[in-house]
Design a protein around this ligand. Structure first.
Ligand SMILES: Cc1cc2nc3c(=O)[nH]c(=O)nc-3n(C[C@H](O)[C@H](O)[C@H](O)COP(=O)(O)O)c2cc1C
Length: 222
């Protein structure tokens, strides 16, 4: 297929979403509880990697980047409520977040014609939280966290594999501890939007906005 044909095909691709709708009162007043309910439904529906989310950041010049990461925790404890993920603090995303203190997340549960968008402040979790999660990871992933200078150039695959093998030997017989450059971030939501695809592009959108300790819920045009 030529590039022009592919482009025409993409323009014609169309799918009608016939799912049942949502009203603001169908969702829990707490958006994290509402998210939790939708997440369980995404798991039940067999959505692929339902905890995969696109993390969007900007650097200090406002230049945007987006990439997938995995949701690894939902913190419901009041002041620090939020969505947790783990990464290399010296990666591209790490320096964006450390510079701006902001991030957005997008979950795409396409089998259910659903999307959830989250945005707000983003900060590193306590070291004890990262230590506890790191200890749960398989040994290979723990070594991988030491081996990878994430987002930095590397000469070739062999250099990476040699570095991994060296670290394997170095840590042989020892418990692998968390590298200081690796840990968690928590996105503390200021806005959470639930999107349900409906017929004729008349989709449902319910937006939660945080005001002090409370949340307001509003329906948005699709
Ligand atoms: C499904 C999926 C899940 C991923 N999960 C993570 C993750 O949890 N943490 C992470 O650092 N990178 C994860 N990655 C890799 C990132 O998308 C990205 O390539 C990497 O973190 C470097 O991004 P950066 O240069 O923007 O910092 C994942 C990629 C995919 C496709």
């Amino acid at each position: 297929m030529s590039f022009d044909e592919r482009s025409e095909e993409l323009a014609r691709l169309r799918k009608e979403y016939e799912a049942t709708g949502i009203e603001p009162h169908d969702l829990d007043a707490d958006p994290l509880a509402a998210f939790d309910a939708w997440f369980a439904q995404a798991q039940e529906a067999g959505c692929t990697e339902p905890n995969a989310m696109v993390l969007s950041t900007v650097d200090s010049d406002g230049s945007p980047s987006a990439r997938n990461v995995l949701l690894k925790g939902l913190d419901r404890s009041g002041e620090t409520a939020g969505f947790l993920f783990y990464t290399n603090y010296e990666s591209g995303k790490g320096s964006d977040i450390d510079a701006t203190g902001l991030a957005a997340l997008t979950f795409s549960w396409l089998q259910l014609h659903r999307q959830v968008r989250v945005s707000g402040r983003c900060r590193r979790v306590d070291e004890s939280v990262s230590d506890a999660y790191f200890a749960l990871r398989p040994r290979g992933s723990q070594l991988g966290a030491w081996a990878s200078d994430q987002s930095r150039p590397v000469a070739d695959r062999q250099t990476m594999e040699q570095r991994f093998a060296d670290l394997e030997a170095q840590w042989d017989g020892k418990e692998v501890t968390r590298p200081p450059h690796w840990g968690g971030y928590r996105v503390e939501p200021q806005r959470v939007e639930f999107w349900q695809g409906r017929l004729n592009r008349m989709h449902d959108r319910i937006l939660y906005v945080r005001s002090d300790q409370d949340w307001t819920r509003t329906r948005l045009n699709p």
